[in-house]
Design a binder for this molecule. Structure first.
Ligand code: NAD
Length: 305
């Protein structure tokens, strides 16, 4: 009698995972947000405004904040850029945040991280009014998420969750393994997936045998900054793999390329679904920032769309 095909055999017969197109999902989401921004303006005569603060001249951060400003305009919102010199003091930055907190034209405030040495990112993040903390990184919003209360959710894990729900539908009962435990991605991701009814395992730099844990994940979210960390045989056949990592590597021809934390060519033969890098999680992060800014404007202005 022939043995029934195991999931592993099936995955080998069908070696190519479905690509999760974060770019297309984010473009649709941004279009929907733009329509809602117009409706919000018609109703309240208010245009949602996002202030982005960049201290210093880190080239990667400059690209990120310019891209955020461009997308904010595309969604029909107002963008207020504050480019401050490297020499900005903590008191000067806190004073700016204080003014933005009270500015009625501003509904969302984002301070681009990392900050130059000498500035305390925890104090700066916590100085943003919780209603305008569209990155969701302050202690009030982080605490609300930890307690399962409504609040502003960090953009990257929110984008990952949207992709997973659109791909898999309900997540209840699935085992989600998250590699990476940062406040920016891993921890809020764990809380979101727990709230969806997943069983959640979080691995980090001190975890013993991360590969063995990863192999148990129906969902595998990877956010470590170690490019190519997750090999093909770390992946449970058929799993949904979300690669948050972004690292720019140099190629022998002198050019550079963005890569993720997952060895994509190997993973694609085992996973059921996988996000590419670039074009997966990255575009969702900005779309979710716009989503959070519109939601903040709705709450601040006091009501419906
Ligand atoms: P971080 O450095 O703050 O945290 C990394 C986490 O990974 C830590 O918890 C650490 O313990 C864990 N880790 C590191 N090496 C590990 C290993 N070998 N095995 C297991 N765990 C390990 O990083 P972060 O801010 O969370 O960012 C992680 C990655 O995600 C980076 O590449 C970053 O650029 C990327 N990122 C992308 C987006 C996006 O929009 N796509 C947004 C945020 C971060």
């Amino acid at each position: 009698m022939t043995e029934p095909a195991s999931a592993e055999t099936a995955s080998v017969r069908n070696p190519s995972a479905r690509l999760i197109d974060g770019k297309a999902f984010a473009a649709n989401l941004t279009q929907t947000i733009a329509q809602e921004v117009r409706a919000f303006h018609d109703r309240h005569q208010v245009t949602p405004g996002l202030a982005v603060v960049l201290v210093g001249n880190d080239p990667a951060s400059e690209v990120y904040v310019r891209n955020k400003a461009l997308q904010t305009h595309r969604a029909g919102m107002r963008s207020f850029m504050h480019m401050l010199p490297e020499t900005t003091s903590q008191a000067e930055l806190l004073a700016l945040i204080g003014r933005l907190n009270h500015d009625p034209e501003i509904h969302g405030i984002l301070v681009q991280l990392p900050l130059p040495a000498g500035l305390d990112p925890v104090a700066i993040t916590n100085a943003i009014h919780p209603d305008k903390d569209v990155d969701g990184l302050g202690e009030v919003n982080a605490g609300r998420l930890a307690l399962g209360q409504p609040g502003i959710v960090p953009c990257t894990p929110l984008g990952c969750l949207m992709l997973l729900k659109s791909e898999l539908g309900g997540l209840r009962g699935l085992h989600a393994v998250i590699i990476g435990a940062s406040n920016l991605v891993g921890r809020p991701m764990a809380r979101l997936l727990l709230a969806e009814g997943c069983t959640v395992t979080v691995a980090h730099i001190d975890t013993r045998d991360t590969a063995a844990l990863a192999r148990q994940g129906d969902i595998l979210v990877v956010a470590t900054g170690c490019h190519g960390l997750v090999r093909g045989d770390w992946i449970k056949p058929g799993a949904a793999v979300i690669d948050v990592g972004i690292t720019r590597i140099s190629l022998p021809n002198g050019k550079t390329r963005l890569v993720g934390d997952v060895a994509f060519d190997e993973a694609v033969t085992r996973a059921g679904r996988i996000t590419p890098v670039p074009g997966g999680v990255g575009p969702m992060t900005i779309a979710c920032l716009l989503n959070n800014t519109l939601a903040a404007a709705r709450r601040i202005v006091g009501g419906a769309a």
